[in-house]
Every structure is written in C-alpha cells, then in structure tokens.
Design a protein around this ligand. Structure first.
Ligand SMILES: [Zn+2]
Ligand SMILES: [Zn+2]
Length: 291
C-alpha cells in the first residue's frame, strides 16, 4: 500500500518531534535537579503511551491494525501484566549482581567520556547484542517459538510493544541490560538517558498512525521502519533503537510511503494464538507440530 499526502499533517510530522522534545526536556530536568530516576522513567512512559494512544485514535493508519476490546483484554493485558512482573525481577537481579560486582558511579575509560557519548555507546552496544539475539530468534526454531509471540498478531498498535514472551524480556531486560548498563562502566545517568530513549523508540515503533520522520529513519528505528519487521514476510530491521547494525549487516529496509499489506505470520496456523495465553507461553517447551 502506498501512502498519499497526510490527511493530518500536524500529527504526521509533529508527533515524533513533540515526543522527542518532551523526553529530552524531562531528561535534562531530571539530571539537572536530581529527580528520582525510576519515577521519571515511569512518568515518561505513561505520558508517551497516553499521547500515542490519542494519536492512534484520531489518525489511525490502518483500521484493521487497531486495538479491539478482545485483543486488549484477551491478549495485551495478560502480557503487559507479565511483562511488568518480569521487568521488576530482572531489574532487581541486575542491581543485585552489579552491586556485588562493580562500582556504582561509572568506571573505566567509558565512565570518563561525556554523558551523551556514554548514552550513545550504550544504545549502539545494546542494539548490537539485541540484533544478534533477534536474528537468531528468527532462524532457530526453538527461539522462534519464543519470539513468535510478538509476531503472531496481525495487528500493530502501541500496546503491542509489551507483547513478548518472558524469555525475550529476560534476554533484553536482564542479560543485555546487565552487560551494557552495568559492566561497561557507563554512569547511572548515561544508563538513565539510554533507557528513556530506548523506551521512546520501542513505543513509537508500534504506533498505528501515519507518523513520519524523514531522513531520521536512517538513524533511528521507529514507526516507519519497524512495521516492515512485523510484515507477514519479515523484511529485516532487527534493531530496536539505532539502524546502524541493520545497515552494516544488510537488513535495513526503508521505502518511504510504502506500507506492508499484511502483518503477522506468513502461516498463522503454525503458532498458537497469543490470546491463548498459557498455550503461547508453553509453546517453546512443546514438541514440534503440536499447535
Ligand atoms: Zn522479530
Ligand atoms: Zn515489534
């Protein structure tokens, strides 16, 4: 499907700059006035999600991709609840291990570089590790049974950024977070900035709206590029924040104004419907061919 001129250009071209400005200003205030970092991340997440839910409501890209009462209650809320619990445990585990193993306030050569350089390094490093795991999850059948939960829906809207199997969350929130945010020596403020940017990009990547950012698509993964990754015939874009690894490894896809016709799985019968919550969670542990 080809996109025409936007029907609501203010929302199409203004949504991302507005969200990025609010995020940047909030981060600046938080560091400047030493606000509680967890509270700030929580508030930013809530504001961003509410804002893009409104944008999706006013200016949906595809009605058939939209959230329904059945998808919200039957699939999204159970997975969101599980994600919150897994993230709490993962974050506590990362903090415990880091407290026992490394200094708290940054160390080594990276800890002495400017704050934004540390945050950029963290995002690039994080995405390299995620890229490697993510490509493996699309090629190794047992890992695909884990990661396919995120791809099984034929819709795409903001709350889907939380629809993941807990194993995927443990890889990203525990293993990768521990390595990148705690063992590289970057400061807690750099990790705080990187986590906020990661949250913003992962949220806008799943927005069902005609949001456009032009040439920024060649730097950051977002609304216009992540939807190719949700196409029924997956077409690359395995990174979650920066495009560099998709560009380096030849998997970057960006065709301005072109939208995939079908999302979800090429063979929907090969995977349990994620609305069957327990079946989707158990699927990686079942024998082959027992949907
Ligand atoms: Zn994927
Ligand atoms: Zn996604």
């Amino acid at each position: 499907m080809e996109l025409d001129r936007p029907t609501r250009p203010l929302l199409t071209y203004g949504t991302y700059p507005a969200l990025a400005f609010v995020t940047a200003a909030t981060l600046w205030f938080a560091v400047r006035w030493d606000l509680d970092r967890n509270a700030v991340i929580g508030a930013l997440t809530a504001v961003t999600i509410v804002a893009v839910l409104l944008v999706e409501r006013v200016n949906p890209l595809q009605d058939r991709w939209s959230m329904t009462k059945a998808s919200l209650l039957g699939r999204d809320l159970p997975f969101i609840g599980l994600a919150v619990v897994v993230e709490q445990f993962a974050t506590a585990g990362v903090s415990l291990i880091a407290a026992a193993a490394v200094p708290h306030n940054g160390f080594g050569p990276l800890g002495r570089t400017p704050l934004l350089a540390q945050a950029a390094f963290a995002l690039v490093g994080l995405d390299l590790l995620w890229y490697g795991y993510h490509r493996a999850a699309h090629t190794i059948s047992r890992l695909w049974r884990v990661h396919g939960v995120h791809h099984a829906p034929s819709q795409l809207y903001v709350l889907m950024h939380q629809v993941f199997h807990p194993f995927d969350l443990l890889v990203s929130r525990f293993a990768i977070s521990l390595i990148v945010f705690k063992l590289t020596g970057i400061s807690p403020d750099a990790a705080f900035i990187a986590i906020a940017v990661l949250g913003l990009q992962q949220t806008v990547s799943h927005v069902n709206s005609d949001v456009r950012v032009g040439k920024l698509n060649y730097v950051l993964i977002g609304t216009e590029t992540h939807r190719y990754h949700h196409a029924a015939q997956v077409r690359g874009n395995y990174s979650s924040v920066v495009t560099i690894w998709d560009i380096v490894f030849g998997t970057f896809v960006y065709e301005p104004r072109c939208v995939p016709d079908a999302l979800g799985l090429a063979d929907p019968g090969s995977f349990p419907d994620p609305r069957r919550f327990h079946a989707a969670l158990a699927w990686p542990f079942r024998r082959a061919g027992t949907v």
